[in-house]
Design a protein around this ligand. Structure first.
Ligand code: ADP
Ligand code: ZN
Length: 610
């Protein structure tokens, strides 16, 4: 028997990468040595190699439990392109196909087998695995065991059986969900007590975070896409199906390749839209949060929250879908008081007991605090997950466009007084009308033009007042009614009174709307994806390589990133290798890909030189 291949050799020859990242080498060594592991790594951190390489090093086949068929299909296709013998067993297969795969397994012709959990748990599958040598079990998206999480899969609870039936085979569980309770639950449910836990920083340095108050949200969105992300793939999250439809149609009407996705569409429309998102370049998916889990597309260049997310956890998970390939990407969150009100009434109207609702309100509080904060976004986010980032990041709106704070005590008193005098039931829009002395029908109807606060706030614009109200909510001086109409009431007495008496000052951020405009103005934006391509001729070459890749992908009906990642195309455009030998140094071009695509890309490169 020949010696077992070394992990680093496999990384270089099969995957075409020169070196391991972060803890990959350590994790792989541990698993190759037969140890169990729990791997916590952010999206895009490089989890897959942590089980794929040990599976190729150890005798037998690697078995990967994965919750989503689309995800499996993508991974299997990507592995086949690398020359790895991979297959997937799931409910989407016909009996003929499934039988073929089972025969290949028995013949020892499969290196990596992806299995849906319900399929794995069938007696037939388990006894097949008992007869064939298994290198390891990988349990992907391991947070699916958590009953509190949004991705709960009951079948995952039964996966402890792997430990009982195959005690000698190493198991590695992987997830990008960070929090401690979920981690403990994975260990308990999967019986991983003897495994090592590998925790990587959850920072995603290539994602630029932007949080902006809603002023004209559609215009903000359009400018964000057109100025910074033209022709790039992205996701725009909305809270409701209706809003998804409207927004997608509106973007399409403005020349953006946008498609809707939500649970109200038929399965076939959803599948078609998802397929276009994966297989075409530069599709913008406008979606409810029904979309995203299991989308492994590495070149999503931006994620927009067009409505507020429910918690920092979901915000982080959703924004994490941007920039898996490590290239510069952006996350934009647009927030408004009305959104918070809507979410609060959804919590109130939702299922769950009082304790659960209180928890959800607290999570939403943390998120609104994040929105209104003037601190480095990344520092706030990482602190929330129990990590500290020593220095401000330099790659978020707070760092790039720092806001001055002013003493806003008098403005706060005027705003609070307008709330008190109108009976604590009106929303920010009407209260703003009172402060600026507007002559609206509603003002006349309620006689609000006779209030002492009528017209006392002319020093600020309407937009500025709207923002002051948002900041007062963030400071806890005002709270939003739970009925969903956005009515504002006073916060707790002990917080509000000192301000009304002038005993406590209220810092307000200077005009963050101006800042938000600045943030998306063309002048201070770089096109993130190809930010590393400074020379226009490299950018042109990158675009023509991208077109070639799309054509190759269409021929095989696979997503373009399965052929080559953007990182590889950028490296090709920059270094312009002139031979297959030189091309071998490009990250992501392993032996199999070099053989398949090397020549075509060489030709394209030489044409691009003209
Ligand atoms: P995750 O599953 O953690 O979200 P992936 O395993 O999909 O992340 O990896 C994310 C990206 O990083 C992929 O494009 C992958 O090819 C790349 N990658 C992973 N490990 C390395 C490495 N050692 N060197 C270069 N690129 C890597
Ligand atoms: Zn920052």
């Amino acid at each position: 028997m020949s010696a077992a291949p070394l992990p680093l050799d496999i990384l270089r020859t099969v995957f075409g990468f020169p070196s391991f990242r972060g803890q990959q080498a350590e994790i792989i060594e541990h698993v190759v040595g037969g140890g169990d592991a729990l791997v916590l790594m952010p999206t895009g951190g490089g989890k897959s190699l942590c089980y794929q390489i040990p599976a190729l090093c150890r005798p037998g086949m690697g078995v990967v439990v994965s919750p989503l068929i689309a995800l499996m299909r993508d991974q299997v296709e990507a592995l086949r392109q690398l020359g790895v013998r991979a297959a997937a067993l799931n409910s989407a297969l016909g009996t003929g196909e499934a039988g073929q795969i089972l025969r290949a397994v028995r013949a020892g012709e499969i290196d990596l087998l992806y299995v849906a959990p319900e399929r794995l748990l069938l007696d037939g599958t388990l006894s097949l695995l008992g007869e064939s040598p298994v290198a390891l079990f990988a349990i992907d998206e391991a947070h699916c065991v958590s009953q509190w999480g949004h991705d709960f899969r009951p079948e995952y609870l039964q996966l402890a059986i792997l430990h009982e039936r195959f005690p000698a085979i190493p198991r590695v569980a992987l997830t990008a969900t960070a929090d401690a309770p979920t981690r403990a639950e994975i260990v308990r449910q999967l019986k991983l007590d003897d495994g090592r836990i590998f925790v990587t920083s959850f920072d995603r340095p290539n994602i630029r975070y932007h949080v902006a108050a809603k002023s004209k949200p559609r215009e903000q969105l359009l400018r964000f896409i057109k100025d910074g992300h033209a022709g790039e793939a992205g996701i725009v999250y909305c809270l409701s199906r209706a809003k998804v439809e409207e927004t997608a149609a509106w973007l399409a009407g403005h020349g953006i390749g946008a498609l809707p996705y939500h649970a109200g569409l038929t399965a076939s429309v959803r599948a078609a839209h998802q397929d276009r998102f994966l297989k075409d370049d530069g599709v913008v998916m406008v979606a409810t949060i029904a979309f995203g889990m299991g989308i492994d597309k590495p070149d999503v260049r931006f994620v927009v929250h067009f409505d507020m997310p429910k918690s920092i956890e979901s915000y982080y998970q959703e924004t994490g879908r941007a920039g898996r390939d490590g290239l510069p990407s952006e996350a934009l969150l647009l927030y408004g008081i009305e959104d918070a009100a809507k979410l609060r009434s959804m919590i109130e109207g939702g299922e769950g007991d009082e304790a659960r609702k209180r928890l959800e309100h607290r999570k939403l509080d943390a998120l609104t605090g994040f929105c209104a904060s003037a601190r480095c976004r990344r520092q706030v986010l990482l602190e929330y997950f129990g990590e500290t980032l020593g220095e401000p990041c330099g790659n978020c709106d707070a760092c790039l466009y720092p806001a001055e704070t002013i003493d806003g005590t008098v403005a706060a008193q005027k705003a609070l007084s307008s709330v008190i005098r109108t009976g604590q039931r009106f929303g920010a829009a009407h209260l703003t009308d009172i402060l600026v002395g507007a002559n609206t029908e509603r003002i006349r109807q309620f006689g609000h033009d006779r209030l002492p606060t009528y017209g006392v706030g002319k020093e600020f614009s309407r937009d500025r007042w709207r923002d002051v109200f948002r900041q007062l909510v963030a400071h806890g001086l005002l709270t939003v009614d739970l009925d969903g109409h956005g009515g504002l009431r006073l916060g707790p007495k002990e917080v509000v009174r000192p301000v009304l008496r002038g005993e406590r000052t209220v810092p307000l951020r200077e005009d963050p709307l101006g800042k938000a405009k600045g943030a998306s103005a063309k002048a201070d934006r770089k096109r993130p994806a190809s930010a590393s391509l400074d020379r226009p001729e490299d950018e042109r070459l990158f675009q023509s390589l991208r077109a070639l890749r799309l054509r190759l992908a269409k021929e095989q009906n696979v997503p373009p990133y399965v052929i080559l990642h953007d990182t590889a195309l950028i490296a090709l455009a920059k270094t312009r290798p002139a031979s297959l030998g030189e091309m071998g140094a490009i990250p992501g071009l392993g032996a199999a890909k070099l053989e398949r695509y090397g020549k075509v890309f060489l030709v394209a490169l030489s044409e691009g030189e003209e």
